[in-house]
Design a protein around this ligand. Structure first.
Ligand SMILES: Nc1ncnc2c1ncn2[C@@H]1O[C@H](COP(=O)(O)OP(=O)(O)OP(=O)(O)O)[C@@H](O)[C@H]1O
Ligand SMILES: [Mg+2]
Length: 598
C-alpha cells in the first residue's frame, strides 16, 4: 500500500498534515462494469435481464440507477453486490477483477435492501450496536460504543436512540437501514429503493443523507430509485431501460441527451424507441459523457479520504455471543411469546396429571393355582389381566400424552425460528455473519428452553402422580431427547422453508401425525409401520419411557398393552432420537447456507 501526504487548504495545513492510505488514483474509476450480461434460464429459453452494461464510477461518487419498473435495476444492483453472478463480462474494483481475483470483503460493501432489516423488539441503539459487534472485530467495548455513536450521529438518529424499531416511521426505518450498513464503514454502499413510499420531504432528507455519505470521503453510494425528483443531488444518473444502459452521466445533461424539457418526460420518451436502439445510440455518446464526468470529478477529487482498509470480521465465538444475548433480549421483550410459553409450561403438565391423579395402582399377581378349581382359576386370571390392562393402559396413555405435548412444545419453540427472521439473517450473512455461529446460537437458545420444559414436565408429573415406575433420571433424559428431537426437526424445517407460514404449517402437521403414525394407538399395516415410525419422535420417546418402566412389578402390565407394538430397548430409542436431533440441525445448517432473499 502506498501513502501520500494530503495538504488541506493553507491555514489548516500549518497545523495538521494528513497521512492516509491510497488504494487508487483519484482519476481512475474505482468501480467498473465491462460488458456485463445477466441471463436466466426459463425452461428452454434464456432471458437476458441485463445486457451489455458498461459503466465506470469514480470514488466519492453518488449515483442513481433509475428506470421504469421491471427494467432490471434491482437485478443490476445485485450483480454489483455479487448476489447475482454475471453471465458474462467483468466487474473491476480498484482495478481488481472480482471474478478472477479476491472478491469484495463483506466489510467493504454495504447493501441496503428494500425490506426492513431490524428486529422490532430492539431499540435503534441496540440494533446499531449489534450490527457493529457482528461486523467489526475490535477489542474494547468502549471502542464499539464510540463506533455506534458515530454511526448514530452520521444518520442523524441520536435523539431516537432509545426508540423501539417497531414504532419507527418509514423514513426513520430507512435511516436505520443505512446506519446498520455503515457499521463496517463500507467503501461501496448499495441501496435499493430506500426512498420509495416516503413523503417528498423525507425522501429529500434521505437522498441528502446518502449524498453526504458519498461526498464525505471516498465512498461510492449507489441508489436505485423510481423517483425522478432530487436528481440534482446525484453526481451521475444511470438510466436503465429493459435491461440496457441507455444513459449514464450528470443529471444536468440528462434532459439534453433525451431532448426533453424535464426529467419527468424521460420515461415517456424512452417508450418511443426500442431499448436496443437507445443502447446503441448511448454507445456512441458514452465516451464524450465520461470525459465530462472525469473533469467534474477531478475538480472535486481532493477530499481527505477515509481509511479504506477493509474492516476485519469478528470471530465465530464473538458473533455467537452477540447473537445469543440478542436472542434472549428479543425473547424477553416479546410478551405474547412469553405468555404462550408460560401457558404451555404450566398448562401441559397439568393436563397430563389430571389423568393420573389417583396414582398408579400396584399390579396384581396370579396366586399359586394348584389348589383352586378351574372355574375360579379362570376368573382370577381374567381379573389379573383386566388389572394389568388398566395399569398398562394408564401408563402407556400418560407417557404418550406427555411426549405428544412435548413435541407440541418443541414445534412451538422453533417452527418460526429461522424462517421468521430470514431476511434479517440473509442480510447479516451477506455482511459477514458465519452460518455456524448463527446455528450455534439457535442451538444454545433452544436447548435452554427444551431442558426447562422437559425437566419441569417430568418432575411435575412425577410428584403429582404417585408411584410412577422406573428411574426418574432416565425418563427425564428421554423427555429432553423427544422435545429436542422435535425442536431440531422444526428448526430444520424453518431453515428450509421459504416463509414462516409454510414452516409453521408443516411443523404443526408433523405434530398432528405423531400419534396416528406412531402405531401406538391404532395399528398400521405391518409393512408400513417400521417406515413411518422411524421418523416419529413421539414413538421413540413413548417406547423408550415404557421400556424404562418395565422394571419389577410393572413389566407384565406393560407387556399386555404393548405386545402388538413391540417396544424397543431404551438405548435404541436414545440413539434414534439423537439421530433425529442431528438430522434436524444438519437440515437447519444446510437451509441457512442457502440464499433466500425472497
Ligand atoms: N429470478 C427471476 N426469474 C424470472 N424473472 C426474473 C427473475 N428476477 C427478475 N426477473 C425479472 O426481471 C425483470 C427485472 O427485475 P428487477 O427486480 O431487477 O426490476 P426493477 O427494475 O428493480 O423493478 P422495480 O422498479 O419494480 O423494483 C423483471 O421483469 C422481473 O420479473
Ligand atoms: Mg427493484
Amino acid at each position: 500500500m502506498t501513502f501520500r501526504l494530503f495538504f488541506p487548504p493553507l491555514p489548516v495545513c500549518v497545523l495538521r498534515v494528513y497521512v492516509y492510505p491510497v488504494r487508487h488514483n483519484h482519476h481512475d474509476p474505482v468501480l467498473s462494469l465491462e460488458k456485463i450480461c445477466y441471463t436466466i434460464d426459463k425452461g428452454d429459453e434464456k432471458i437476458e435481464l441485463i445486457s451489455d452494461a458498461t459503466i465506470h464510477v469514480n470514488p466519492g461518487h453518488f449515483m442513481a440507477i433509475v428506470g421504469p419498473s421491471g427494467c432490471g435495476k434491482t437485478t443490476l444492483l445485485r450483480v454489483i453486490a455479487g448476489l447475482n453472478e454475471e453471465s458474462s463480462g467483468n466487474i473491476f474494483w480498484n482495478g481488481r477483477n472480482l471474478a478472477e481475483e479476491e472478491d469484495l470483503s463483506p466489510a467493504e460493501i454495504g447493501y441496503v435492501p428494500q425490506f426492513s432489516i431490524a428486529f422490532d423488539e430492539l431499540s435503534v441503539e441496540e440494533s446499531i450496536e449489534s450490527a457493529v459487534r457482528l461486523r467489526v472485530r475490535s477489542g474494547s467495548r468502549k471502542k464499539m460504543k464510540a463506533m455506534r455513536d458515530h454511526v448514530l450521529s452520521q444518520v442523524g438518529m441520536k435523539e431516537l436512540r432509545d426508540r423501539r424499531v417497531g414504532v419507527l416511521s418509514g423514513g426513520q426505518k430507512r435511516r436505520l437501514g443505512l446506519a446498520l450498513e455503515l457499521a463496517s464503514n463500507p467503501t461501496l454502499l448499495l441501496c435499493d429503493e430506500v426512498t420509495s413510499g416516503l413523503d417528498p420531504k423525507s425522501e429529500q432528507e434521505i437522498v441528502q443523507l446518502m449524498h453526504h455519505l458519498a461526498n464525505d470521503g471516498d465512498r461510492i453510494v449507489v441508489n436505485v430509485t423510481h423517483s425522478l425528483s432530487n436528481l440534482e443531488l446525484y453526481d451521475t444518473v444511470l438510466v436503465l431501460f429493459q435491461g440496457h444502459v441507455v444513459y449514464h452521466g450528470p443529471p444536468a445533461r440528462m434532459t439534453h441527451y433525451f431532448s426533453v424539457d424535464s426529467a419527468e418526460n424521460i420515461y415517456p420518451t424512452l417508450a418511443k424507441r426500442s431499448s436496443a436502439q437507445w443502447h446503441k445510440s448511448w454507445d456512441k455518446h458514452r465516451c464524450s459523457y465520461y470525459q465530462g464526468n472525469k473533469a467534474d470529478n477531478e475538480a472535486g477529487a481532493s477530499k481527505p479520504g477515509q481509511d479504506s482498509m477493509p474492516t476485519a470480521i469478528p470471530g465465530r465465538l464473538a458473533q455467537l455471543q452477540v447473537l445469543l444475548s440478542r436472542r434472549w433480549k428479543i425473547f424477553f421483550r416479546d410478551r405474547t411469546q412469553i405468555l404462550l410459553h408460560l401457558a404451555m409450561l404450566f398448562g401441559f403438565p397439568l393436563l397430563v396429571v389430571i389423568f393420573g391423579l389417583d396414582g398408579v395402582p400396584q399390579p396384581r399377581h396370579l396366586p399359586s393355582l394348584s389348589s383352586v378349581n378351574p372355574l375360579e382359576q379362570i376368573g382370577t386370571q381374567m381379573e389379573v389381566t383386566t388389572n394389568h390392562l388398566k395399569i398398562g393402559g394408564l401408563l402407556s396413555g400418560l407417557v404418550m400424552f406427555q411426549v405428544i405435548l412435548l413435541t407440541l412444545m418443541g414445534s412451538n419453540n422453533s417452527a418460526r425460528e429461522i424462517a421468521g427472521e430470514r431476511l434479517i439473517f440473509e442480510k447479516e450473512k451477506f455482511a459477514g455473519l458465519h452460518v455456524s455461529s448463527y446455528i450455534a446460537s439457535k442451538i444454545f437458545f433452544l436447548a435452554t428452553l427444551v431442558v426447562i420444559q422437559s425437566v419441569w414436565m417430568g418432575i411435575f408429573v412425577e410428584f403429582l402422580i404417585p408411584s410412577l415406575p422406573g428411574d426418574l433420571v432416565g425418563r427425564l433424559i428421554i423427555l429432553i431427547l423427544v422435545n429436542a428431537a422435535m425442536t431440531s426437526i422444526c428448526l430444520g424445517i424453518s431453515g428450509m422453508m421459504r416463509t414462516p407460514e409454510q414452516s409453521s404449517l408443516l411443523s404443526i402437521y408433523l405434530v398432528g401425525f405423531q400419534l396416528p403414525l406412531s402405531g401406538a394407538v391404532l395399528s398400521l399395516p405391518h409393512w408400513l409401520e417400521p417406515v413411518t415410525r422411524t421418523f416419529i419422535s413421539a414413538y421413540w420417546g413413548w417406547s423408550g419411557s415404557l421400556d424404562l418402566m418395565k422394571d419389577g412389578n410393572f413389566s407384565q402390565a406393560i407387556n399386555v398393552v404393548t405386545e402388538d407394538t413391540s417396544l424397543l430397548a431404551t438405548s435404541v430409542c436414545f440413539t434414534i432420537l439423537t439421530l433425529h436431533i442431528t438430522a434436524g440441525i444438519t437440515a437447519a445448517y444446510i437451509g441457512a447456507k442457502r440464499h433466500r432473499w425472497h
